[in-house]
Design a binder for this molecule. Structure first.
Ligand SMILES: [Zn+2]
Length: 74
């Protein structure tokens, strides 16, 4: 059995399915709820940003992820 620990909430995932129950972003393994929260947080920031720049979005996601990993929460 493979067990992966979410880098943000430290929840353990047994037999994770990449891209479904577990996601890999910027060298971090994150679970589905953490990914959803992160995307939601980024979505709000994107609304205030015109025009939409994909590079900016990616950078914002990576920054938010790194901060969340350091804090241990989103
Ligand atoms: Zn998590």
């Amino acid at each position: 059995m493979i067990t992966i620990t979410c880098d943000i909430c430290k929840k353990k995932m047994d037999n994770p399915i990449t891209g479904v129950t577990f996601h890999y972003y910027s060298n971090h393994s994150i679970c589905e709820p953490c990914k959803d929260s992160l995307e939601l947080q980024t979505k709000y920031a994107v609304r205030d940003k015109e025009p939409f720049l994909y590079d900016w979005y990616n950078k914002h996601m990576a920054d938010a992820l790194n901060k969340a990993v350091q804090k241990g929460k989103i």
